[in-house]
Design a binder for this molecule. Structure first.
Ligand code: IPD
Ligand code: CA
Ligand code: CA
Length: 263
C-alpha cells in the first residue's frame, strides 16, 4: 500500500489524538462507579483529542481550513483544502466504557473528498482511504461485501435521541419493517465505524439521517474506494452537509432504497 504525504500526516494526527483518548478511556472506566459519572470528563476528553489532532494537522499544513465538531470552522488561506474532523465518534459508547468509538478525519480538495482516516484506538484498527488509491484496514485492502439478496444482509443504522415521541415511533416502525427483509439490523453508536465496517464488508448496508459532516466525511470516501455506492437515504447524490446516508454494494443498495421508500 503506497501512502501519500497527506495520508501520513492524517494517520500521525489520528494516532496522536488516539493516545489522548485511550488514556482518558481508562479513566472513564474508573469514573463509571462515581455518583456524578464521567459526563463532564468525557466532554473534556473530546476537546483534548480535538486539540491534539488540530495542532498536528495545522503544524503540517498551516494554510488548510478546518471543520471540527467541537471548535467549528477555521478558515485557512489556501482556499482549496479542508480537514473535517470528529475527534470522538461514538461519545455515548465512550461514556459507558464501550470500546466502539473512533477518530474520524476527512480531507477535502475543492469540495471533493480525497483522504479519509477512521481509527479505533481500542481495537487498534486503522481504516484509511485515498481517492483513486483504494481503502485499507491496517494495510489490508478493503472490499465491500458482494451479497445479492437483502435477506442475507446485515444492515447498520442509527436511532436519534430526539426526545420526540412521534419521531421515535416513525424511526422504530421503519426499522421494524426493514428488519423483516434482512438478516439482522445493528446499531453501533458510531457512524464513522458503521461506514468503515461497510467498506470492510462486515456490514452489507448502512443508512442513517440527521448526521453531521464530520460523521460522514472520511467514511464516504472509504465506501467508494472499497467499490461501494453511497448516496443519501433517498438515493440522491450524497452531500456531507445534509447528513443523510445510504451505503452498500450497488445491488443491495437499490433493494434497501426501495424498502426504505415503502417503510
Ligand atoms: C454520533 C454517532 C452515532 C450517530 C449520531 C452521531 P458522536 O456521533 O456517530 O452513531 O447515530 O447521529 O451524532 O456524537 O458520538 O460524535
Ligand atoms: Ca460523530
Ligand atoms: Ca463526536
Amino acid at each position: 500500500m503506497a501512502t501519500s504525504a497527506l495520508l501520513t500526516i492524517m494517520v500521525g494526527a489520528a494516532r496522536k489524538g488516539a493516545r489522548s483518548l485511550k488514556r482518558d478511556f481508562g479513566e472513564v472506566e474508573n469514573l463509571q462507579v462515581s455518583r456524578k459519572g464521567p459526563a463532564d470528563f468525557v466532554s473534556a476528553a473530546d476537546k483534548r483529542a480535538e486539540k491534539v489532532i488540530f495542532d498536528e494537522l495545522h503544524k503540517a499544513r498551516p494554510t488548510y481550513s478546518f471543520l471540527m465538531e467541537e471548535s467549528g470552522a477555521v478558515e485557512g488561506t489556501d482556499g482549496q483544502h479542508r480537514w473535517i474532523i470528529d475527534p470522538l465518534d461514538g461519545t455515548t459508547n465512550f461514556l459507558h466504557s464501550i470500546p466502539m468509538f473512533a477518530i474520524s478525519i476527512g480531507l477535502e480538495r475543492n469540495g471533493v473528498m480525497i483522504g479519509g482516516v477512521i481509527y479505533n484506538p481500542i481495537t487498534d484498527e486503522l481504516f484509511t482511504a485515498e481517492r483513486g488509491a483504494g481503502a485499507y484496514v491496517n494495510n489490508r485492502r478493503l472490499r465491500i461485501a458482494n451479497r445479492n439478496h437483502l435477506s442475507e444482509c446485515v444492515v447498520a443504522t442509527g436511532i436519534k435521541n430526539t426526545g420526540n415521541a412521534a419521531a421515535d415511533t416513525r424511526a422504530v416502525t421503519q426499522i421494524a419493517k426493514i428488519n423483516q427483509s434482512v438478516a439482522g439490523v445493528r446499531r453501533s453508536g458510531s457512524a464513522a465505524l458503521d461506514l468503515a465496517y461497510v467498506a470492510a464488508g462486515r456490514y452489507d448496508l448502512y443508512w442513517e439521517d440527521g448526521l453531521q459532516p464530520w460523521d460522514i466525511a472520511a467514511g464516504m470516501l472509504m465506501i467508494r474506494e472499497a467499490g461501494g455506492l453511497i448516496t443519501d437515504s433517498k438515493g440522491k447524490e450524497i452531500n456531507v452537509a445534509r447528513g443523510s446516508v445510504l451505503a452498500g454494494n450497488e445491488k443491495v443498495h437499490a433493494k434497501l432504497l426501495k424498502e426504505l421508500k415503502n417503510a
